[in-house]
Design a protein around this ligand. Structure first.
Ligand code: HXC
Length: 275
């Protein structure tokens, strides 16, 4: 007998910021495989178009809507256009993020602000702009956290501050929007292979290998590990879960581990260390 396996997100619309590359792109592909129409948001239209073409070539539905998450008005236009093309948003993934290793003593105020604006303000802007277009009840919002939200890391003051704030946006919106039937959760990826963020912090080589050996699960994550967690949170299996930040980090945060960014990748220290 043929087994009929319905696709989980058939007829739903998913909007993904940072959907043109990295983890966001993989999440978009996986949501599309499950039947969702995916609206990809990011800064580069050509990168979004290429990611959308890949999904369409594999039989999915996708389109790119260029907007910088730091620009609320642009994001409002993108979410409106996505709603018009595909229907009300059932899934929203706040994936756009920025990172570079820099000691606080070497970082300009503008450098700090850039990451706060992309990660923290960008997450708020995405949720706020999407709110006008959500399936209510029924929508699921997923934010992307990081080990830096709970673990202080050298050269990451900007990211630690931003991602801790992202987690609190997640939990607060879960309170405010739960009564409307909108769930808001976060995924906390650890070290993920083949991503720009990991390549900046710990490029492939001895530092990364040492990290993998120390992780409780003894390996770096794949992008699919993260996508699996997002799919779970957006599925009916998670229908009673809101306000949760789920680590998908191989045990990194449970072990209290920090990524030791090689010092040669940072700009020079200002001032004289005391020891
Ligand atoms: C110190 C730096 C710097 C560095 C940039 N700046 N790189 N300062 N060290 N390595 C400073 C610049 O001099 C400038 O300050 C300010 O930051 C803004 O830089 P711009 O290049 O003008 O900004 P912009 O083009 O908007 O780029 C934003 C960015 C960039 C964050 C700086 O890296 C970016 O776009 N990244 C997106 C891609 C990315 O990083 N994805 C990975 C995310 S991974 P001044 O004062 O000169 O004006 C992630 C989690 C990883 O978030 C977790 C792993 C465990």
């Amino acid at each position: 007998m043929t087994t009929f396996m319905p696709r989980m997100f058939e007829g739903r619309t998913a909007l993904i910021t940072g959907g043109g590359s990295g983890i966001g792109q993989r999440i978009a592909e996986r949501l599309a495989q499950q039947g969702a129409s995916v609206a990809l948001v990011g800064r580069s239209q050509s990168r979004l178009d290429s990611a959308a073409q890949g999904i369409i070539a594999a039989g999915g539905k996708a389109a790119g809507f260029a907007a910088d998450v730091r620009d609320y008005d642009a994001l409002a236009r993108a979410t409106g256009a996505a709603h018009e093309m595909f229907g009300a948003l059932g899934i929203v993934l706040c994936g756009a993020a920025g990172n570079f290793p820099a000691l606080a003593s070497s970082m300009s105020a503008n450098a700090f602000k850039s990451v706060i604006d992309i990660d923290l303000l960008g997450t708020f802007n995405t949720c706020r702009a999407a709110f006008e277009h959500l399936e209510r009840p029924g929508a699921s919002i997923v934010t992307i956290s990081a080990p830096q939200a709970v673990q202080a890391m050298v050269m990451q003051s900007h990211v630690c501050a931003a991602k801790a704030g992202v987690d609190m946006i997640t939990r607060t919106l879960a309170l405010e929007w739960g009564p409307l039937g909108v769930r808001v959760n976060g995924v906390l990826p650890g070290a993920v292979a083949d991503t720009e963020g990991m390549d900046r912090l710990a490029p492939p080589g001895p530092v990364r290998e040492a990290l993998a050996k120390q992780l409780p699960l003894r390996r770096i994550a794949t992008k699919d590990d993260i996508a699996d967690t997002v799919i779970f949170l957006c599925s009916d299996a998670a229908k009673y879960i809101t306000g949760a930040i789920i680590p998908c980090d191989g045990g990194m945060t449970t072990a209290g581990m920090a990524i030791q960014t090689p010092s040669k990748s940072a700009r020079p220290v200002q001032g004289t260390p005391v020891n």
